[in-house]
Ligand binder design. Structure first.
Ligand SMILES: C[S@@+](CC[C@H](N)C(=O)[O-])C[C@H]1O[C@@H](n2cnc3c(N)ncnc32)[C@H](O)[C@@H]1O
Length: 245
């Protein structure tokens, strides 16, 4: 199973359940939640980025909204997921995001909070020390202010959850293997972020371009591997009567 199936399995929507996918992007978790049995998925994102087939699916309700202020009623959802969203938010934004996630869940409802920890990214490349240097730049230097604020987000999920009203039920982690390095592949997307992180450093940018060519050759030879550790927390809104204990 890959990341999105893992997330849906942890959320475990009952047949016909109401689910919320927060920061849904193109809708990969939305799709997995539907496949896992959700009857309705509220897919929320700041932009209109949901895939067309999901926009046309009568089980999907698309909302363009900030995650810090959801256009959803209190307690109406059975499960909620947030995948790779926290790196976009500062601490106040994370608290508001988790607060809204808690508000829209029914008492007893489950939230799955997932994030990749980019510092654990693994690339098969010829020059290991260059890979390390590039990755250090990638996790430390936001390519655009406000777009990426934390390359270590996965390992910090517990810290964020501890400040929330949720009860922590379980912690999981996994690393999906990716062997492709062509345009559109996951590894390509991350490598693009690495190139952006070093573009103002002429010396390193030139070496990074060669590094990308090296990854391409490794993929053509069938020797390429990319993986990154994902961390997932299963959180529960306390059932009625248990709150405040
Ligand atoms: C890295 S993408 C992840 C998308 C999707 N969850 C996935 O894993 O494929 C992060 C998404 O969160 C959305 N996002 C980030 N901050 C947001 C905010 N404050 N309000 C609403 N959406 C936000 C972005 O627009 C983007 O689509």
């Amino acid at each position: 199973m890959g990341r999105f199936d893992n997330v849906a399995a942890l959320a475990a929507p009952a047949a016909g359940a109401v689910a919320v996918d927060l920061g849904c992007g193109s809708g990969r978790s939305t799709r997995a939640l539907l496949a896992a049995g959700a009857g309705t998925v509220h897919a929320v994102d700041a932009g209109s980025v949901l895939d067309d087939d999901l926009l046309l699916d009568p089980r999907v309700r698309a909302h363009i909204s900030p995650l810090e202020s959801l256009p959803l009623a209190d307690g109406g959802a059975d499960v909620a997921v947030s995948v790779n969203v926290l790196e976009h938010l500062d601490d106040d934004g994370v608290d508001a995001h988790l607060g809204e996630m808690h508000r829209v869940l029914r008492p007893g409802g489950v939230a799955v909070l997932t994030h990749s920890d980019w510092d654990t990214a693994l690339f098969t490349a010829g020059d290991d020390s260059l890979t390390r240097e590039l990755l250090d730049r990638f996790v430390a230097a936001p390519p655009q202010a406000g777009v990426r604020v934390d390359g270590f987000a996965g390992r910090k999920l517990l810290r964020h959850a501890a400040r929330s009203a949720f009860r922590l039920e379980a912690v999981h982690s996994w690393a999906d293997p990716h062997r492709r390095f062509d345009e559109g592949s996951v590894a390509w997307k991350v490598a693009t972020g690495i190139l952006a992180a070093v573009r103002d450093d002429t010396r390193l940018a030139a070496r990074a371009a060669g590094w990308v060519e090296d990854l391409r050759s490794a993929a053509q030879a069938g020797e390429f591997l990319f993986a990154v550790t994902d961390v997932a927390l299963v959180l529960r809104r306390e059932p009625d009567g248990d709150e405040g204990r």
